[in-house]
Design a protein around this ligand. Structure first.
Ligand code: HEM
Length: 443
């Protein structure tokens, strides 16, 4: 049954590095069409097996922790958090226990009680924007997303701590997950950011411990939870869990919010439809998560951004037990990537897949509803445990922005560039131009 897994053509020495760093999902999709659902790619010093397509996505849904694991490849994450129970590094049976422990306070409902304050925060941010001002999109999106996550889940203002949180997160993901050199974790700039971030996390713990249960939030939940051995969470184990919403919050939601703003600004018709439904809800003065759910154009646009910009489009897994796939044996003891984002660009799954088309998520088309075809949050038992919160957050930020201010791309034909830093996202130099505050211009 076993044939050699095909090796994708590449350059001497560099192998496929350039294609992987310029457009990873585009490259993996083309390789899927040319070589099939299993192929090998080369980067300097190593070869990596990629599994792609619908059947590969189903592996994530169907294969348990006895086949696919993370602990053997996430040693750096355990080291950097000084915790043996840091969720992303766990496999079964520990994984399910800790995931169940934290899920109740990192769900969509976590945002529900904080909506009015979140809207105020977004408005306060945009209130001083002046006509013609250039706004740096990723700075704003990161600030808004992290403040809202931190305040709603941990009752804590981020303030001046943001820069060290971002620095720490990007370096941790870069060297812990995304193959950047491990020595970067030893450099003084990272060590400084890490010390400052840990001191911030410790202050959050101390403030909560001083008033047990008073906030009824994620940190209070952690303080009354126990580890699998029945002992309270403490020390670095506790800090590793307090840190989760920050690190995961920085990674994905701000990047997707940036892409969504770009897509809305480059399509005046779509922006007008989104604005009409947003304005109607603000006019009623009753902004709830349910109201957000009913904004179908905003929802469709948000889902389409999650489809077309898979910021986590290939997920690493360690093969703990060999299995057959696509006519090949996937041997035990190796790291592979499951390119979950490839199905997002298959024409037999999504009609005209390179077209930005929010209506594909409307009934009766609902193209995303076949099992395994829509995977921005991963698939199976490890799917993002805050997907509902992430989606609501992106929609909330965008709804309030388009309600409050009129913005434009730097030029009508502006093309947004993606930057890998260390995962794909809008380029850090992406700016939009302020046209004016909406109550001060004719609406
Ligand atoms: C909307 C944007 C988001 C996207 C696209 C996203 C996507 C993902 C992905 C792809 C994974 C990894 C799944 C895997 O390895 O199989 C993940 C894990 C995770 N996400 Fe999200 N996420 C988002 C927002 C958030 C937010 C806002 C939070 C927290 C407040 C969060 C918390 C987590 C946690 C704790 C995990 C780790 C679960 C684990 O290790 O099993 N995510 N997310």
């Amino acid at each position: 049954m076993t044939h050699a897994i095909p090796l994708v053509k590449g350059l001497p020495f560099l192998g496929n590095t350039l294609s992987l760093t310029s457009d990873a999902i585009g490259f993996m999709t083309r390789a899927y069409h040319e070589y099939g659902p299993v192929y090998r790619v080369r980067v300097p010093g190593r070869e990596i097996t990629i599994l792609a397509g619908l059947d590969a996505n189903h592996l994530l849904i169907n294969l348990g922790s006895d086949y696919l694991q993370l602990n053997p490849i996430y040693g750096k994450l355990a080291e950097e958090t000084s915790s043996d129970i840091y969720l992303p590094t766990l496999d079964e049976p520990q994984y399910s226990y800790y995931r169940r422990m934290i899920k109740p306070r990192l769900s969509r409902d976590t945002l529900a009680d904080y909506l009015p304050q979140a809207i105020e925060l977004i408005r306060a941010t945009t209130a001083n924007w002046q006509p013609e001002q250039a706004v740096r999109v990723q700075e704003v999106m990161t600030r808004l997303c992290i403040e809202i996550i931190s305040r709603s889940a941990e009752n804590t203002e981020v303030g001046d701590e943001l820069a060290s949180i971002i620095f720490f997160t990007n370096r941790l993901i870069g060297s812990g997950v995304a193959f950047q050199p491990a020595f970067l974790l030893k450099l003084p700039d990272y060590q400084r950011a890490k010390r400052r971030f840990e001191a911030f996390l410790q202050r959050i713990v101390d403030q909560h411990a001083a008033q047990p249960g008073a906030n009824d939030d994620y940190v209070d939940l952690l303080l009354k939870s126990t580890a699998l051995d029945g002992q309270p969470l403490r020390g670095h184990d506790l800090l590793a869990y307090v840190h989760l919403p920050f690190v995961n919050g920085v990674a994905y939601a701000p990047r997707l919010s940036g892409y969504l703003l770009y897509e809305l600004l480059r399509s005046p018709e779509l922006l007008a439809k989104v604005r009409a439904e947003v304005d109607a809800v603000f006019a009623e003065g009753d902004f709830t998560l349910n109201a957000l759910r009913k904004m179908r154009w905003l929802y469709g646009a948000c889902m389409e951004v999650l489809r077309m910009y898979p910021v986590a489009g290939a997920l690493p897994r360690y093969i703990a037990k060999a299995f057959e796939f696509g006519g090949h044996t996937i041997e035990a003891g190796q790291l592979v990537f499951i390119a979950t984002g490839v199905t997002h660009f298959l024409p037999d799954v999504y009609r005209d897949p390179y077209k930005f088309d929010p209506e594909r998520f409307f009934e009766p088309r609902s193209e995303h509803q076949r099992s395994g075809v829509f995977a921005p949050y991963g698939l199976g038992s490890r799917t993002c445990l805050s997907a509902g919160m992430g989606e609501a957050l992106i929609m909330l930020v965008m709804a309030t922005l388009v309600h409050s201010v009129e913005l434009a791309l730097p030029t009508p034909d502006y093309q947004l560039k993606t930057q890998i830093a260390p995962i794909p996202g809008p380029h850090k130099d992406f700016t939009v131009k302020v046209i004016g505050q909406r109550e001060r211009i004719a609406v």
